[in-house]
Every structure is written in structure tokens, then in C-alpha cells.
Design a protein around this ligand. Sequence first.
Ligand code: 5AD
Ligand code: SF4
Length: 473
Amino acid sequence: MSKRVYIHTVGCQMNVLDSEMVIADLKRHGYSVVDSPKNADCVLYNTCSIREHAEEKVYSSLGKLRQAKERNPQKTIGVMGCMAQKDQEIVFKRAPYVDLVVGPGQLHTIPNLLQKIEKGEGRQMAVSLSRTDGSQTVIARSHETFDPLRDPAMRPTPFQAYLRIQIGCDKFCTYCVVPNTRGPEQGRPPEQVISEARILAEQGCREITLLGQTVNSYRFKQDDRTTDFSGLLEQLHEIDGIDRIKFVTNYPKDMTERLLTTVRDLPKCSPYLHVPLQSGSDAVLKRMKRGYTVGDYMEMFERIERILPEASVSSDFIVGFCGETEEEFQMSVRLVERCRFKNSFIFQYSERPGTTAAKRYPDDVPREVKLRRNNELLEVQDRLAKEDNLKMVGSVVEVLVEGPSKVGKKSDPNAHVVQMTGRTKCDRIVAFDGNRRQAGQFLNVKVDDASCHTLIGRVQTVDVVSIGAPALS
Ligand code: 5AD
Ligand code: SF4
């Protein structure tokens, strides 16, 4: 009987993609996938280190596996991803029944290490070098991108896929662990990216989302030829079958005139721009070492408004960063009011060991102040997003249908009419009454109502579309 693997994934899109790759690899090595840790011979946790809370949740889930391991010592337990890279031996100390620790730059070693564990060779660990453990080249080589096989069965929907174009990060924002856990920034060769996109198109994938920590900083140098992000988008745009190209996450300084005009001139490119601002205060941005001022960000924002007036822009904010005063926090509120982001992801600062902020600045904003600032900023963000979404009532949007909405899933699985959801080109979520067969189709939906996160509408009949209702984003 084939070995059964269960994988639990937390964290960012990069982790979702890493899990897809690891599973594709394990299937090639004879494993089958199961949907509960109980029935699995091998349980893998793909982990995140960005905030302490994410790590504590993993350690607490691992704690629950202790008894299962005592009952069945043959069950293999593995920890992969950023927390594995950051904690290394500490994982074995905190959870002694873990057999395997693998960093995100060493995922290709998993099948071989599992075999060693099976043969009785004991615990295994594969991690990359830290940023001070050798020359640039040697460190970079120890962080390998892992993109061997695409497995449509492992994706939430077969017609959408993540596609990695870059690993690592060299920005070293003072609060962030990513440059340590995922290593130096490295662009993948354009030929590899293009050939993977072709494979995805052949598998029926219609929308790709390009992934990188600072995706728009992408560069690949080969001999005397350099491909930048705009050049890569132009090549991807040629691929038949791919109808939408999205990309996350962007770095404000690299949102150039050239990139924005490229997005404007290539109809398949989504004018959805996630460009984290992090704080509306220059002093805080300086402590964060983000490399730009609020003025620089606003210049970029106005460039987006001028070149891509239909774009939707979203942001990330950290509240309660070291030394953040009330006045500095209020500057973030004013920026949310000024920019009217489509959405903002708001995080309370969490001190991360090994980062510059942890070494240099005390984590001095009290927990309850962080929570209050989080709620206040979210309240402003949601109020403005709802106002802007309501302005779309009456318009027609083109939606790539993803599947039944969460509410719909609870309803009768045999029901003919279910609530379906999809996304517009600008990444707005749209809910409408439809049927399951519509998943994967592009449909025009007329917007009737809206909340801060969702547009609610009705599928347009062909007649209405043909008389020329304009399809907005
Ligand atoms: N504490 C809180 N939020 C953080 N982020 C990154 N590091 C931290 C941290 N130490 C947030 C940033 C980033 C998003 C992915 O997570 O806003 O853009
Ligand atoms: Fe972290 Fe800054 Fe790199 Fe984003 S750009 S991954 S926040 S170091």
C-alpha cells in the first residue's frame, strides 16, 4: 500500500505553492494524499515565522500530535517552511517527537530524508545557510527554488495557479524575518518561468499569479542581457490559454513608469496592485528601514492614478511598531483616508528574534494599544472600501468564477442554484446566484449591492452584454 501523507499549510501564498510542489514530488515517490492527520503515515506542517502568533499555533498543533506518535512511533512528523529554517534544532527541543525539519530552500530533500527516517537513520534536518555563513554565492546556492512539477489536483481550483518568479528578499526591513528565512533575492530564469506558464496553460489554467516577496523588483541577468519584470510580463502575455496575469507583492520604489505602462498596454495584466505602505509616518518608515518616504509613496500613488486610473491598490500596515506614537499612528489613518485602498491587511507588530528591530528598538507599544490601533485603522479602511464598492452598484464587471461561496458550501450539495463567488480583474470578490458548472468561466455580473469586502450581483444575460454594457474592472 502506498504511504499516506497529510500536509497542513499556514502563511503566505509562497507556502501554498511550496506545499503544492512538495506534494507533487511525494506523489511521484509513491505517496497518496489524505485529508486528516489521523489517517496519515506522514504528517507535514508547512510553517510561517512572520509573527509570533503563527509560530505558537504550530507548536500547539504539534503538541496535539504527541499522543498519536506515542501510539504509533512509525508515524513521521515533519516541520517545513520558515519556522523550520528559523528555529532549526529548537523545533526538536520544543517538540521532541518531530522527525524532520526542512527549510524552504531545501524542500527537494524531503523524499530522500523521509526514506532515511524510514530506514531507521533517526531525525533528519535540512536547512539553508544563514545570511552571514559564507560568501554571497554560497549562501544563495543553499536557498534553492523548488518548482519541479505542477499538480492541478493540489490547487484550490485547477484554472488558477501561483507561479514563482523570485525567491528571497534583500530589502531587510528591520521588523522582518523573511530575508533570513528565505535567503537572498534571486530571480528565476525567464525561460523556466515561461515554460512553467506554458505547462499551466496546457493544464487548463487561465489565471496565473506571479509570486515574489518584491515581485516588481524582479531581474534576471544572463551574459549581457537583463530581463526585468516588464520584460517578463511581455513574454508571459504571449502565451495562449492564459487570460489573466496577476502579481504579488510589490515594493513601492520599483513601481516604475515603465512597469505601469506595460500593465496598461497588456490587456491580460491585472491592474490590481498590492503595494504595502506599512506606515504613514516618515519617522516610522525610517525605523522600519523601508527605503522610501511617505512623499515617495504618494508620488508612486499619483503615477498609478495617472497611468492606470482603473487600478485597485491595496496595502499592508503594521501598527504599534517600536516607538510608534499616537501622532505617528494617526498619520497612517490619514494615508488610508487619502489613498482609499481597495483593502489593507493590518498587523500588530510582533518582535522577531534576529531582526534589526529586535536588536535595536524596544517593543514598547502596549498590547492593548496595538489592538486599539488595529481596530481603528481597520474601521476606517472598511468604511471607505464599502463606500467605494457601493459606487460600483449598477455597473457590469467581468468575473472569473472560482466556486461556491462559503455560505453556499453549507447549503444542499444537490441544489441547482448556489451562491457562487469569483474575482474581477482588479481582485474584487463578487458573489452571485449561479451553479457549480460555472467555475472556471468568465462571466459578466451586474452589481446590485456591496459590502466592504464583496460585491453582490446577478449574472448578465448574453443579450444585455451584447448591447454594449461596459465591462468595468
Ligand atoms: N510584525 C507584524 N507584521 C509583520 N509583517 C512582516 N513582519 C512583521 C512583524 N514582525 C507584515 C508586513 C508585511 C506582511 C506580509 O506582514 O506588513 O507586508
Ligand atoms: Fe520583509 Fe521588507 Fe522583504 Fe517584504 S520587502 S519580505 S517586509 S524584508
